[in-house]
Design a protein around this ligand. Structure first.
Ligand SMILES: Cc1ncc(COP(=O)(O)O)c(C=O)c1O
Length: 357
C-alpha cells in the first residue's frame, strides 16, 4: 500500500511547473523559458564525452574522485566538503531525506523554485511559505519567519526574482539556528558565493550545479558543499552510482575549461543588460537580476502573463509564464537570456506588441 506521506503528496496541488512548450522542437523556435545556457558546453566537454563513450559498459567511479578534486580546486574547499548529485535536484531530495522529519517546518520564500517544496513534502516536511515583499529580501522578516523551522531553502540568486539576500542578511539568518540550504545554481552570473563558508558552518549547506554557467543541464551534475560531517551523511544516503560516467568526465572537462565558462557568462551578462534596457524602454517593469534570466512585469503594456506568452508563442518565442508559480501573480514572466540573435528577436517581437496597441 502507498505510504500516507506519499498519498498526501499525490492529493496536493504541488507539482513542478513545466514550461508549456517544454521540449517542443519546432524548427526556428527560440526557447527562453528554461534557464538553459544557449551556448552549451565547452568543446573540450564534447571531446571528453567522445573519448568516454566506449567505456559506457563500465560502472562509473562511485566516489567521483576526479570530479570532487576538480570541484575542490574550483572552489578552494576540501573534497571531504563535497557531495555529488544527479543534478542539484537530487541533492535537495537527499538534504530533506537527511534532515526533515515528519511535521518539521520548512521555510520557503516565495516566489521560488518549485523543487524546494517538492523535495521536503515526501519526507513529511510542512512548507511554511513567506512571500517576499515586493519581491525583495528583508532580513528581519525572513529571520522572524525562520524561527521554529527546521530548514530554510534560499535561492541565491533566487529563481525567478533573480535577486540575492545580502551576505549580512545571510549571516543573520544563520544565527536563527535552522539548517540553511543556499541554492547557488546561478551564482556564476552573480557576485559572491558562500560555498567556502558552508565548508566551515554546521548549519549551512550550499547547492551548486553544472547545468547553468557550464551548460551541462542534459547530463545532470550538481554538488553540495558543507562541513565534512554533513557531507558524510549525504554520501551515506545517495545511491552508489548516482552520477553516470559520461556526466562525471564532462563535468571534469568543463571545470578544466573555466576560460570558456567565463566567456559565456560575460556574453550572457551583456545580453541580460541589453534585454533589461530594451524592455524598460518599451515600458515593461524589469526586476534587477544577478542570474541568466529576468523577471518582468508585463502589466504596464495592458496585457497579462498568459496573454504575452500567447503573443510570443505565435512568433515561436517561448518565455516562462509565471502565473502558475506560487506567489508570482498573473502579471509576471521570466525570460532566459539567449544569444544576441535570440535576444534581438525577442525585443523585435515585443516592439511589435507595443506598436500594435
Ligand atoms: C534555482 C534552481 N536550482 C536548481 C535547479 C536545478 O539544477 P540541476 O539541473 O542541477 O538539477 C534549477 C533549474 O532550473 C534552478 O532554477
Amino acid at each position: 500500500m502507498i505510504s500516507k506521506r506519499v498519498s498526501e503528496l499525490l492529493c496536493s496541488t504541488a507539482g513542478y511547473p513545466l514550461a508549456r512548450e517544454y521540449d517542443i522542437k519546432i524548427p526556428g523556435a527560440v526557447n527562453l523559458a528554461s534557464n538553459e545556457n544557449p551556448y552549451g558546453p565547452s568543446p573540450a566537454v564534447l571531446r571528453a564525452l567522445k573519448r568516454e563513450l566506449k567505456l559506457s559498459g563500465l560502472y562509473p567511479d562511485p566516489r567521483a574522485t576526479k570530479l570532487k578534486q576538480a570541484i575542490g580546486g574550483y572552489l578552494g574547499v576540501g573534497t571531504d566538503c563535497i557531495a555529488i548529485g544527479n543534478g542539484s535536484d537530487e541533492l535537495m531530495d537527499l538534504v530533506c531525506k537527511a534532515f526533515v522529519d515528519q511535521g518539521d517546518r520548512v521555510l520557503i520564500p516565495l516566489p521560488t523554485f518549485a523543487m524546494y517544496e517538492l523535495s521536503c513534502v515526501p519526507y513529511g516536511g510542512k512548507p511554511v511559505f513567506y512571500k517576499l515583499p515586493n519581491f525583495e529580501w528583508c532580513t528581519d522578516e525572513l529571520a522572524r519567519a525562520a524561527k521554529n523551522t527546521k530548514l530554510v531553502f534560499l535561492g541565491r540568486p533566487n529563481n525567478p526574482t533573480g535577486n540575492c539576500l545580502s551576505l549580512d542578511g545571510l549571516r543573520e539568518l544563520l544565527k536563527v539556528g535552522a539548517i540553511i540550504v543556499v541554492d547557488e545554481a546561478y551564482v556564476e552570473f552573480a557576485e559572491d558565493s558562500v560555498a567556502k563558508l558552508a565548508a566551515k558552518r554546521k548549519n549551512l549547506i550550499v547547492l551548486r550545479t553544472l547545468s547553468k554557467a557550464f551548460g551541462l543541464a542534459g547530463l545532470r551534475v550538481g554538488y553540495a558543499v558543507g562541513n565534512p560531517e554533513t557531507i558524510k551523511i549525504l554520501e551515506r544516503l545517495r545511491a552508489p552510482f548516482n552520477v553516470n560516467r559520461l556526466a562525471q568526465v564532462a563535468a571534469v572537462a568543463a571545470l578544466r575549461d573555466q576560460r570558456y565558462m567565463r566567456r559565456v557568462v560575460a556574453r550572457i551578462k551583456n545580453g541580460r543588460a541589453y534585454i533589461r534596457r530594451e524592455l524598460a524602454k518599451l515600458g515593461f517593469k524589469v526586476l534587477p537580476s544577478d542570474a541568466n534570466f529576468l523577471m518582468v512585469d508585463v502589466s504596464p503594456l495592458e496585457i497579462d502573463a498568459p496573454g504575452l506568452c500567447d503573443f510570443l508563442v505565435k512568433r515561436k518565442i517561448f518565455v516562462r509564464d509565471l502565473s502558475d508559480f506560487r506567489g508570482a501573480g498573473p502579471n509576471y514572466v521570466r525570460i532566459t537570456v539567449g544569444t544576441p540573435q535570440q535576444n534581438k528577436r525577442l525585443v523585435g517581437a515585443l516592439k511589435k506588441l507595443k506598436g500594435g496597441r
